[in-house]
Design a binder for this molecule. Structure first.
Ligand SMILES: C[S@@+](CC[C@H](N)C(=O)[O-])C[C@H]1O[C@@H](n2cnc3c(N)ncnc32)[C@H](O)[C@@H]1O
Length: 447
């Protein structure tokens, strides 16, 4: 029976994400059938749901010819079980008998699916016999059509295909070291990358040596680049060049003379970087629960920052800062490889509201930085509307000018520098990271 309960739990995770618009993490926390599992059963249910979400659009397209009516016409419970069955057969090397019979059995344990058992059985048997070649479908068919079109419009067909290919691969775990990245890489048997991030060996993060020591935190290499580019501008500023130190030889006393505002800071991955470099950091966010996580992260790493709960559109510092990092709220479509359900939870209309919010926050940021200071605007999405278009608008309005990023400042990411000197971290053949847009700016208005 446990095999059927695993499929029932996996289908519930799909039901909660795709029908109730929960993230997979929320679904795992909320789902009673999933909550009843433990050990390998739990891991297997999660693996089935993750595999289905990663490639959902292609699975649905391959299911369509096996059905006499559109997949959307099936009940939500049967739809979830069809996807659970198909992904086991087509992507997970689960023996045919187990994939079909345990999934059909799961329908019996689910009131909403009970009447569809015979239909489910018939379709999954055909799915097992016909085994469509998912790889023959376009890679961008993993997403809803509107999203594939939006990516292609922003980053071209090749860029969209690269994003899709990155989503199909199991994402690695990357760390940022508090001080000595080489030492951390050695302790955890990881790989020190040119960017300074560390690729952790496979397996759960909890299994890494010295987990919880506070010497490192989990952070994508592209996310880490944003704070590094901001700090690189201070080290290149003659007035500040002796104040910001390489982390390994940091002079905290001098670095603390530089004030950095981390706007939209929580849960604080970038705050930790700025603090670890010895800056005097003010972390601002409007979400109390997220700031609580930031506080916990600071405590775990033994770092400190001034924490302010406020709306960044109206809050202003007492004294303008030297540096400001604006990690603006965004569609987060650059992190789909870690959260593939986002492609189905987010709606086109939800995403359309971000550029105005981002512009208002960037405008507010220009009023928080001293003349000659630096702003780093970043978003974890490759959509041009949330990235270069927002910055272009602020440039056109005379609010900011670009401080282009040079290849030497972006080790490991030199190929991601755009013609305007911004950075767009599309995944490459040899590089694995999230898709961020970042632009380094000088506030014009206060000059
Ligand atoms: C992309 S997340 C920030 C991630 C964070 N910088 C990090 O590296 O861990 C965006 C944050 O913006 C915050 N936020 C959104 N609108 C805001 C506003 N008007 N004022 C302050 N914070 C805001 C959200 O609460 C969220 O924590």
């Amino acid at each position: 029976m446990s095999g059927a309960l695993v499929r029932r739990a996996a289908a519930d995770l799909l039901f909660l994400t795709l029908e109730k618009r929960r993230t997979l993490d929320q679904a795992m926390a909320e789902s009673p059938p999933f909550g009843d599992l433990d050990g390998p059963d739990r891991a297997f249910a999660r693996a089935i749901a993750s595999a289905a979400l990663r490639e959902l659009g292609r699975i649905d397209r391959a299911l369509a010819p096996l059905l006499s009516r559109p997949l959307q016409a099936a009940s939500p419970a049967i739809r979830a079980l069809l996807r659970v069955g198909a992904v086991q057969l087509w992507r997970m090397d689960v023996p045919e008998h187990a994939a079909v019979s345990e999934t059909v059995e799961a329908a019996k344990a689910w009131q909403d699916a009970r009447s569809g058992g015979a239909f489910l059985n018939a379709v999954l048997r055909r799915a097992a016999a016909e085994r469509p070649d998912l790889d023959a479908l376009p890679v961008t068919a993993i997403w809803p059509d509107w999203l594939a079109a939006a990516f292609e419009d922003s980053v071209g067909a090749d860029g969209a295909a690269a994003l899709a290919a990155a989503q199909l691969a199991e994402p690695g775990i990357f760390l940022t070291a508090k001080t000595n990245a080489a030492a951390v890489a050695e302790v955890i048997s990881g790989e020190l990358l040119a960017s300074g991030s560390i690729r952790a060996p496979g397996g759960p993060v909890e299994a890494l040596a010295e987990y919880g020591s506070g010497d490192w935190w989990v952070q994508d290499p592209a996310a880490a680049l944003a704070a590094n580019l901001l700090m690189a501008s201070a080290s290149g500023d003659p007035a500040k060049s002796d104040m910001i130190m390489d982390k390994s030889g940091m002079d905290a006393g001098k670095s603390a003379e530089i004030t950095a505002i981390d706007l939209c800071a929580a849960p604080g991955g970038k705050t930790l970087q700025l603090c670890a470099a010895g800056l005097n950091v003010i972390a601002v966010d409007r979400s109390k629960p997220r700031l609580k996580r930031l506080e916990e992260n600071l405590a775990r790493t033994g770092l400190s920052a001034e924490i302010i709960t406020a709306d960044a559109e109206t809050w202003r510092p007492e004294t303008p800062a030297d540096l400001l990092l604006l990690d603006a709220p965004c569609s987060a479509l650059g992190t789909l490889r870690r959260h593939p359900e986002g492609a189905w939870i987010k709606r086109e209309g939800d995403i359309a509201r971000f550029p105005d919010v981002q512009y208002r926050l960037l405008k507010a940021a220009t009023e928080m930085v001293r003349p000659g200071g630096t702003i780093l605007y970043c978003v974890c999405t490759p959509l041009r509307s949330e990235g270069a278009d927002v910055v272009d608008r602020a440039v056109a309005e005379g609010l900011v000018t670009r401080l282009p990023v040079s290849p030497e400042e972006a080790p490991g990411f030199a190929s991601c520098i755009t013609g305007s000197g911004d950075v767009l971290t599309l995944p490459g053949e040899s590089a694995e990271h999230d898709a961020f847009f970042m632009s380094r700016l000088s506030p014009e208005a206060l000059k």
